[in-house]
Every structure is written in structure tokens, then in C-alpha cells.
Design a protein around this ligand. Structure first.
Ligand SMILES: NC(=O)C1=CN([C@@H]2O[C@H](COP(=O)(O)OP(=O)(O)OC[C@H]3O[C@@H](n4cnc5c(N)ncnc54)[C@H](OP(=O)(O)O)[C@@H]3O)[C@@H](O)[C@H]2O)C=CC1
Ligand SMILES: CC(C)CCC[C@@H](C)[C@H]1CC=C2C3=C(CC[C@@]21C)[C@@]1(C)CC[C@H](O)C[C@@H]1CC3
Length: 418
């Protein structure tokens, strides 16, 4: 079944009204979280402690810092890569090429940071600038999305994403019209998905840890755990960078406000919420509880990595000895679907592992506040919605074979529950 394209494609996210609401709601939520994380009561579901004026949000230095950060990451992206990978086949039968040097960018950023800090760079001070930095990142995401939208108006029809060219400017601005916007070989979506936001997230976490040292003399065990777990997650994503080339964000979605804001602002400033909370609300954590939390994170990571690697190995080479014995279903496209191993347990075992890790990231913050569990709640909603979108796309791709897979593997994410 050929997927519907352009104005015939069904609208997602509640259409133009939903897109407009999300464009207001997402930045508002991010600023709410930033404000309540540092407030005494740290109440997720209450009003923010105060409404910041423009003078608290706008800082030319913050804008300069964000632009310098983007410039640095862009320069690291352009460095020679250990490998150049080919993406999926496009409508015109061509394949784009992508540098695989994200992990190298992380290591080089860490080295530069180490040099800067030994020369006296006050990294902890970043934690005092989160509000203006988030404002600058949001501004950049808006302007960038606008430029991407304008660029998409002059590209040929085959370069458009299947879903983001409905003809409604608000909806298309939000979802993104062009599938792979590039200037020469610089791929904006691929760059943004993994580099500035993810590396920025661990940088903010580290800054919060340095500030904790400044305030209390040493980092707390809870802060160590949050920093360690999230660094592992980001390092893993960059190490397995090539896998991002088969995600729906790269293959299916255009590059618009949703991904630009998500990558550049939402990820660094909301995914660092637990570390923000811990800086202002220190939590006692004993070794026994810390060990249990480490075990939960290890179980989550084992499932997440096992499932992702099993599928990636299988997609690259189904005869690889590590996956050759797994049971499969044939589909009319010539591709096969795994029905045993991780992918025979639930239809999205990687999401299950990711959610277990999300729980482990919140637990060091104790159970006295709901705020540090925001990520777990948001992420559950994101993955449930993402799973439904992916099901829809797989149904279009695989038809009857997908029905058969759903019959054989009835649960989506959580065995016997969902
Ligand atoms: N931290 C965060 O904010 C986020 C994290 N993630 C994580 O990123 C990772 C990638 O997620 P995502 O891109 O959503 O999707 P997946 O990696 O789960 O990929 C889904 C695709 O896998 C293939 N597939 C599905 N079932 C099978 C099967 N049984 N056998 C073989 N192939 C199958 C299909 O594509 P095809 O058949 O074409 O290969 C399907 O479209 C996940 O680990 C997720 O948890 C994702 C979003 C946000
Ligand atoms: C702003 C909205 C709420 C939606 C934003 C969505 C984005 C934050 C996410 C869309 C897909 C993502 C992926 C990752 C990070 C979050 C975004 C960009 C990973 C890079 C996280 C690490 C994993 O190993 C791979 C993920 C791929 C998808």
C-alpha cells in the first residue's frame, strides 16, 4: 500500500489547531519547568512562582553563547569522520550520505571543556543562565524553522516529507515540509537530532553538578547517578549514531518547528530537569538505594540496547550469526519482521527499556516531589503516541504481514499490560 502524500495524507497532532496549541504549550511547559525546579515548593502542577519579565529572559550573551555552541558543534560535524553512512533510499532512488562522527564530537567537546575549565572557565555559572539560554534557544528554533519553511517552498516536490506538506502553513511549519534540508553536504535535521541538544544536555547536567560543588563542597550521590546515567544514554546514542538514520524522524518526518525546538531547546533544558531539581532540592541517598537504582538503570539499558542492536543487526544482515536463528515473518516488500528474541516479547521492546531507564533517572530525586518524574510522564506519552504513529506506518508498509505480527506479538510496549 503506497503511503498517502501531501494534502491527501491524514493530519497528525490534531491538525493545524493541535499544531498551533503545541507551539505555545511546549515552550510554556519548558519555561514552567525551569522556573519551578528552582522554586522552594517545586510543584509540577501549580502556578509558576513568578512570571519572568523580558529582562530575566533576554540576554544577548545567552544568545551569543547558544550561537557559539551551535557553531562549535557544526565545526565538529564537518571534521573528517571515521565512516560515512548511506541513508535509506529516497523517492528519486538516490541515497544521502551522513558522517558518523557524533561520538568523536562528544569526546572533542569534553576535551575542549576540560581545557577551558583548567584555564578557569566557570562552568557552574551556566546553571544561573538557564532561563535566558532556554529563551535564546527557543528564539533560534523559531527563526530556524521559519528559514526551513521558506527554503522548503523552493525545493522540488520529491524533496518534500510525506506528511508535512498539507498546504496549511501552520501545520506545515510545525511538522516541517522538507524531508532532508541540506546546504551542500550539511544535513540540518541529522545534525540537530544528535549533536547540539544531546551534548548540550550533558553539558548542562555537568554545569549543575559543578554548581553543587560550589554550593555544598562536593557532588551528591544522587547528582552523580543522574549525571552518570544520562551521560551513558547520550554516549550510547552517539556511539550508535548510524541507527538514527532508520528512525521515523529521519525517514518520514520533515524538519520543522517540532523537531527544531525539540532538538535545540526541549532536550537540553527539560531533559536536564532531574539535575536542576537536585541542585535546589538536595536529596539524601544511601548506598543500598543507590545500588537498587543502578540495577534498574542497568536492566533498562540491557533491554534498550539489546533490542535496538538486535533489530539493527538484523536489518543490516539477516544472516548474521547473532540473529540468523531468530524466527521471522516474510512481508510482501521482501523485508522480514522478527517474531522471536526481543521483538517477540513486545512490539517495542526498545521503548520498554527506555522507560525503565527514565524511571531510574527520577528515583535519585526521591519521592517527595512529582516534578522530577515529569520526564517519565512526558516520555510515556511521547512513546505511546510514537508507537501508534509507527504502527500506522508499518501497517501501510507491510499490510497483512503486520496484522500477523500483531496477532503473534499482541502487546505493544509492556508485556500483559499494554
Ligand atoms: N529519549 C527520547 O526522547 C527518545 C528516544 N527514542 C528511542 O530511540 C530509539 C529509536 O526509536 P524509534 O525510531 O521510535 O523506533 P524503532 O527503533 O522502534 O523503529 C521502529 C521500526 O522498526 C522496524 N520494526 C518494527 N518491528 C520490527 C520487527 N519485529 N522486526 C524488524 N523490524 C521491526 C520498523 O521499520 P522497518 O521495518 O522499516 O525497519 C519500524 O518502523 C528507541 O530506542 C527509542 O526508545 C525515541 C524517541 C525519543
Ligand atoms: C518537542 C516535542 C515534545 C517532540 C520532540 C521530540 C524530540 C525531542 C525527540 C524526537 C526523536 C528523538 C530521538 C532522540 C532524542 C529526542 C528526539 C529528538 C534520540 C536521539 C535519543 C537517544 C536515542 O538513543 C536515539 C533517539 C532517536 C530519536
Amino acid at each position: 500500500m503506497a503511503p498517502l502524500q501531501g494534502s491527501r495524507a491524514p493530519m497528525e497532532f490534531g491538525g493545524p489547531l493541535g499544531a498551533a496549541a503545541l507551539m505555545l504549550l511546549l515552550p510554556a511547559t519548558m519555561f514552567h519547568l525551569l522556573l519551578v525546579a528552582r522554586s522552594g515548593s517545586a510543584r509540577l502542577l501549580g502556578p509558576p512562582p513568578y512570571l519572568p519579565g523580558l529582562e530575566a529572559l533576554w540576554s544577548p550573551w545567552a544568545l551569543l553563547l547558544c550561537l557559539t555552541w551551535l557553531g562549535l558543534q557544526a565545526a565538529l560535524y564537518l571534521l573528517p569522520a571515521r565512516k560515512v553512512a548511506e541513508g535509506q533510499e529516497l523517492k528519486d532512488k538516490s541515497r544521502l550520505r551522513y558522517p558518523i562522527n557524533g561520538f568523536q564530537a562528544l569526546v572533542l567537546t569534553a576535551l575542549l571543556l576540560g581545557l577551558g575549565m583548567s584555564a578557569g572557565l566557570p562552568l557552574g555559572a551556566l546553571s544561573e543562565m538557564l532561563l535566558p539560554l532556554a529563551f535564546a534557544a527557543t528564539l533560534i528554533a523559531f527563526i530556524f524553522s521559519l528559514l526551513l519553511y521558506l527554503k522548503s517552498l523552493v525545493v522540488p516536490a520529491f524533496a518534500l516529507a510525506p506528511g508535512g506538506n498539507s498546504g496549511n502553513p501552520i501545520y506545515d511549519f510545525f511538522l516541517g515540509r522538507e524531508l532532508n534540508p541540506r546546504i551542500c553536504s550539511f544535513d540540518f535535521k541529522y545534525f540537530c537530532e544528535l549533536r547540539p541538544g544531546l551534548i548540550g544536555w550533558v553539558l548542562i547536567n555537568l554545569a549543575l553538578m559543578m554548581q553543587e560543588v560550589e554550593l555544598r563542597g562536593s557532588p551528591s550521590l544522587a547528582m552523580w547517578l543522574v549525571n552518570g546515567f544520562q551521560l551513558l544514554y547520550v554516549g550510547d546514542a552517539l556511539w550508535h549514531e548510524e541507527a538514527v538514520l532508520t528512525t521515523m524522524d529521519i525517514i518520514h518526518d520533515g524538519f520543522g518547528f517540532m523537531l527544531a525546538f525539540g532538538d535545540l531547546a526541549w532536550v537540553p533544558f527539560t531533559y536536564s530537569l532531574q539535575a536542576q531539581f537536585l541542585l535546589y532540592h538536595p536529596q539524601p541517598l544511601g548506598l543500598p538505594m543507590a545500588s537498587v537504582i543502578c540495577l534498574i538503570n542497568a536492566v533498562g539499558y540491557y533491554i534498550f540496547r539489546g533490542a535496538n542492536s538486535q533489530k539493527n543487526t538484523f536489518r543490516k544482515n539477516p544472516s548474521d550469526p547473532r540473529v540468523a536463528d531468530l524466527e521471522t515473518i516474510s512481508t510482501a516488500t521482501g523485508r522480514q519482521l522478527l517474531v522471536s528474541g526481543w521483538w517477540g516479547m513486545v512490539r517495542h521492546p526498545n521503548y520498554l527499556g527506555d522507560l525503565i531507564m527514565a524511571l531510574a533517572w527520577s528515583l535519585p530525586c526521591g519521592v517527595s516531589h512529582l516534578l522530577p518524574y515529569f520526564y517519565l510522564l512526558y516520555f510515556t506519552a511521547l512513546l505511546v503516541h510514537r508507537e501508534a504513529r509507527d504502527e500506522q506506518q508499518c501497517l501501510q508498509k507491510y499490510g497483512l504481514a503486520w496484522h500477523e505480527y500483531c496477532r503473534r506479538v499482541p502487546y505493544r510496549i509492556m508485556p500483559y499490560i499494554y
